[in-house]
Every structure is written in structure tokens, then in C-alpha cells.
Design a protein around this ligand. Structure first.
Ligand code: FAD
Length: 329
């Protein structure tokens, strides 16, 4: 039976959604194949194995070593190569996250494989697996299939929807512990200092309220945070806003920032430069608020509001608060 290995990531004590999406995507595309999940870390990882099983994993490897407690390229690559040697998979999938973007190319090079990165679709067509990925900063899509060697791909968050009908909490997986030897580490992580602790992870957010240079100041972002709090959104920004020091670069969305695909993206005072669109144009619904009716953002927006964001955003907050209630209460 063919085996598909899915590398699952844990963040803040939870499995990342994109890892569950990868398992679900593998299950759908590779019908009749064995789906094998793998979680790296130190300590009790069994609850993660159970969650992976509920989403479709048949077997789960818990890859354990104190050096895997936090991500480092060295330790994870060694453990990953060990895992691949043990599993002998026919295909490998992982999330196109910061870790995926670091680990996948390194592992692919060691395995002498090509890597198809940032896939937004994975399907079986006529018995062959076809992957779709954006190119030219999201202006076009290309389809790829692997003709030689093992398939190795990273997938983008929020593109492979989790269907609650396919989640079976009674499903169990065969859980195997693997304790790889990890040696000669060139980096040791001493401390993780979070800049945006408690903030919603933009790459997995369902709703994002984003501000640009039109927000005018750090103080101006307050109206965006108020709306975000009421509707349960993450707050993002254009590079224009980050360069102007209205907010931190960790919030930047776009070609050189984060790539996001929420269900709803509300762009406030953002002109819609091509580099910004590269990071958000695949959002399901885009709402743009801008004083300039000619702003390019309106070309990609599903709903456009020509107006001053300092008038429009508080009105939206008020309306949503009336409908949803105040989340702070
Ligand atoms: P502006 O273009 O100045 O737009 C501000 C908008 O606010 C205007 O449309 C204006 O009409 C509107 N406005 C003003 N006042 C109000 C108000 N009161 N109410 C409502 N609307 C108002 N940019 C990114 O965002 N992400 C990237 O990753 C990125 N990467 C880049 C990489 C490279 C190599 C380069 C060269 C550029 C990159 N940029 C990126 C920068 C990009 O080209 C733009 O300069 C930037 O996106 C502009 O930010 P902005 O839309 O906030 O500002």
C-alpha cells in the first residue's frame, strides 16, 4: 500500500490547522493509501496523534527528543531524515509555514527530490496527483505533477477546507514512538521572545482587518483593533504602514510579508499595490475602504466603500457590535 507522510506542526500547544488540512487533503487525493502523520517534540504528544487520527491519519509517529522541543533547522532536519528512512513514504506533505519553508527545501535537497511549494490544490486526476500553485505573485496558477521520484510538497493554509463531516472523533491511529539520535547541533535555542503574544496568527486567521498608510498613525490603528476585537479578526498591515512605523513588520501582508487567505479581508486605507495583492488577493471575500475611487484595491475587492476609514470603520464596529455583541464583555 502506498504511504503518504504528513509532517504536523504544533504551535502554542495546538496542532496547526494547516497540518490537519494536509492530512485531510492527503486522505481525499490519495484514496486507499496509508496516511501517516508525524509530530516532533518532547513530552506528551499523544493528544496530537489522536487529533491527527480524527482527521484521517492511519498511523502517527511521535518523534521524540529534547532537541525537538522548539524548532531548529539542524535538529528537525536530522530527525526528519530519520523519520523518512523509517517510513519510506511515497509522498510527503507539510504546511507552507515558516517551519515548512525552512525544513522542506533542506530535506528535499538531502533526499535529492524536487519540491513543489505553496500548493493551493492537490487532486487526483486520471490516477495522477496534480498540484496547483500560484505564480507571478498570485496573478496566475500552474499545475504540476511529479514524473520522477517521490512527491514532496508544501501546502498553503486555509485552502484545503476541513469538512466537519469527515472528522471522526472515534477514529484511532496506530501510534509509534521514534527516538532519533540528534548530534552535532550548530544552533541551540535559548529563549523565544514573542512580539505579538496572544495575537491571532494571520496565516490561519478567518478574518483580517488590515491597515495601510491611509490609517495615518500608530494611534489610527486603534479603530482597526476595535473592529477586529468585535468580529474576532487578526490585524494586518501594508508595508506602507509598517515602513511608516504605524505597526510592527510582523503584521505585514504581501510579497515580502505574510501570505494570507482568510474568508474575509477588510483593507482600510490600502491602495492595492501589486506587492500587497500578492499576499491577500486569494482571500475569499475582500472589502476595501478607501477615499480614492480609483484606488487599485477596488479592482480585486468584492465590496468597495469609497469613504474615510475613520468614519466607516467605527460605523462597521458599531453595527457588528449590535449584531454580535461586544466580545470584550
Ligand atoms: P499607499 O500606496 O500610500 O496607499 C494609501 C491609501 O490610503 C491610498 O489609496 C489613499 O487613497 C488611502 N487613504 C488615505 N487616507 C484615507 C482615509 N482617511 N480613509 C481611507 N483611505 C485613505 N507592500 C505591501 O503591502 N506588502 C509587501 O509585502 C510589499 N513588498 C514589497 C516588495 C518590494 C520589492 C517593493 C518594491 C515594494 C513592496 N511593497 C509591499 C510596497 C508596495 O509597493 C506599496 O508601496 C505599499 O503596499 C503601499 O502601502 P499602502 O497601500 O498602505 O500605501
Amino acid at each position: 500500500m502506498k504511504k503518504v507522510l504528513v509532517f504536523a506542526e504544533v504551535k502554542d500547544g495546538k496542532l496547526r490547522n494547516v497540518s490537519l488540512e494536509a492530512v485531510a487533503a492527503a486522505k481525499r487525493a490519495y484514496a486507499g493509501c496509508e496516511i501517516i502523520g508525524a509530530v516532533f517534540g518532547d513530552g506528551d504528544l499523544k493528544p496530537f496523534a489522536e487529533t491527527l487520527a480524527h482527521h484521517g491519519a492511519d498511523r502517527v509517529f511521535l518523534v521524540l527528543n529534547p532537541a525537538l522541543k522548539s524548532y531548529t533547522t539542524d535538529a528537525y532536519t536530522q530527525a526528519f531524515m530519520n523519520l523518512v528512512a523509517e517510513v519510506q513514504p511515497d509522498a510527503i506533505l507539510m504546511g507552507h509555514t515558516a517551519i515548512g519553508k525552512d525544513l522542506a527545501p533542506k530535506a528535499a535537497a538531502r533526499l535529492r527530490l524536487g519540491l513543489i511549494s505553496d500548493c493551493v490544490d492537490l487532486k487526483s486526476e486520471g490516477g495522477e496527483i496534480v498540484l496547483t500553485r500560484p505564480i507571478y505573485a498570485g496573478k496566475a496558477f500552474e499545475k504540476r505533477k511529479v514524473t520522477d521520484g517521490m512527491l514532496f510538497a508544501t501546502i498553503r493554509s486555509n485552502n484545503f477546507k476541513l469538512d466537519p463531516a469527515h472528522i471522526d472523533t472515534g477514529r484511532r491511529a496506530n501510534i509509534i514512538e521514534l527516538r532519533p539520535e540528534i548530534k552535532q547541533l550548530r544552533t541551540i535555542l535559548k529563549e523565544v521572545v514573542r512580539k505579538t503574544s496572544g495575537a491571532i496568527d494571520l496565516t490561519e486567521a478567518k478574518i483580517i482587518v488590515s491597515g495601510g498608510r491611509g490609517v495615518k498613525s500608530e494611534q489610527g490603528f486603534k479603530v482597526l483593533y476595535e473592529l477586529a476585537e468585535v468580529i474576532g479578526a487578526g490585524v494586518g498591515a501594508s508595508r506602507g504602514a509598517c515602513d511608516a512605523k504605524f505597526c510592527d513588520y510582523s503584521m505585514q501582508i504581501g510579497q515580502t510579508g505574510k501570505v494570507v487567505t482568510p474568508d474575509l479581508y477588510i483593507a482600510c486605507g490600502i491602495s492595492g499595490a501589486i506587492q500587497h495583492l500578492a499576499g491577500m488577493s486569494n482571500s475569499r471575500i475582500i472589502v476595501a475602504i478607501n477615499t480614492d475611487p480609483e484606488a487599485p484595491i477596488f479592482k480585486v475587492a468584492d465590496y468597495g466603500i469609497v469613504g474615510d476609514l475613520f468614519e466607516v470603520v467605527p460605523l462597521l464596529t458599531e453595527e457588528f457590535r449590535a449584531i454580535l455583541g461586544n466580545r470584550r464583555d
